[in-house]
Design a protein around this ligand. Structure first.
Ligand code: NDP
Length: 230
């Protein structure tokens, strides 16, 4: 299994969760360290050759990648009228094209094995929209069309493609928000709390596991009900 952006945040917890479920897990990192017991491979997902090298290293050390989790992502938030081409392109490159590169590199060996699970980490804002996040929301909504197209192309080869859409998750990013902003967000969430990285990781582990063999093209919200109806 290979998780992109596994050195911190949600990706690190996904890698730990999959490791604890007994899988052989690798994680990409540009900086920092990956969790103990996880194979770390250097990779910037905006670089096709780096993605290819990372897969090659994982295949050599752990065997074929049967599950890929496209988690690496960035934000460059600002209002539409102030958003530069660079802000737009950087986010689309890392989030959507990065996920595309991982899925494309993963697909051929999965076809040979007639088994594969491709899991995209999207966001509730991909469906809800979010002022100041035109680039980010577009990249996250794009993952749904990408996953569903892959689901159709590769269904007959035993490969599934699904999307996990986290809501507001407690991470370094949300820890910096003022208490009143957190309360305003929490008031919108039926379950009345922010999510944890573990909430997301457990959904990913489910989609990666035996129990999800008949699920493909699905959009699984992990948002406490925030995005209900989308
Ligand atoms: P973090 O900012 O904590 O971590 C992002 C990870 O992605 C880091 O490991 C980072 O590596 C990696 N990354 C970023 N750009 C690249 C790149 N070009 N190549 C390789 N790795 C890269 O984010 P979170 O853990 O909060 O989020 C993880 C995913 O979940 C993201 O896709 C995010 O959009 C999504 N999400 C998060 C939510 C939240 O509330 N936190 C809510 C909904 C979705 P490095 O450390 O080297 O920068």
């Amino acid at each position: 299994m290979l998780v992109s952006g596994g050195n911190r945040g949600i990706g690190a917890v996904i890698a730990e969760q999959l490791r604890d479920a007994g899988h052989r897990v690798a994680a990409t990192h540009r900086s920092g360290e990956v969790p103990q017991g996880v194979l770390g491979v250097q990779c910037d997902v905006t670089d096709t050759e780096a993605v290819d090298r990372a897969f090659g290293e994982v295949e050599e050390k752990l065997g074929p990648v049967e599950v890929v989790v496209a988690n690496a992502g960035i934000t460059r938030d600002t209002l539409l009228l102030r958003m530069s081409d660079e802000d737009y392109e950087a986010v689309l490159q890392a989030n959507l094209a990065g996920a595309f590169r991982l899925a494309r590199r993963a697909a051929r060996p999965m076809m040979r094995k007639k088994f594969g699970r491709i899991i995209f980490i999207s966001s509730v804002v991909g469906q809800l929209g979010s002022a100041g996040q035109v680039n980010y929301a577009a990249s996250k909504a794009g993952m749904v069309g990408m996953a569903r197209s892959i689901a159709r192309e590769f269904g007959s080869r035993g490969i599934t493609a699904n999307v996990v859409a986290p809501g507001f998750i407690e991470t370094d990013m949300t820890a910096e928000l003022p208490a009143e902003r957190v309360k305003a967000y929490t008031d919108q969430i039926p379950l009345g709390r922010l999510g944890t990285a573990r909430d997301v990781a457990q959904a990913v582990a489910f989609l990666a596991g035996d129990g999800a063999g008949y699920i493909t093209g699905a959009l699984l919200p992990v948002d406490g009900g925030l995005g209900m109806g989308h």
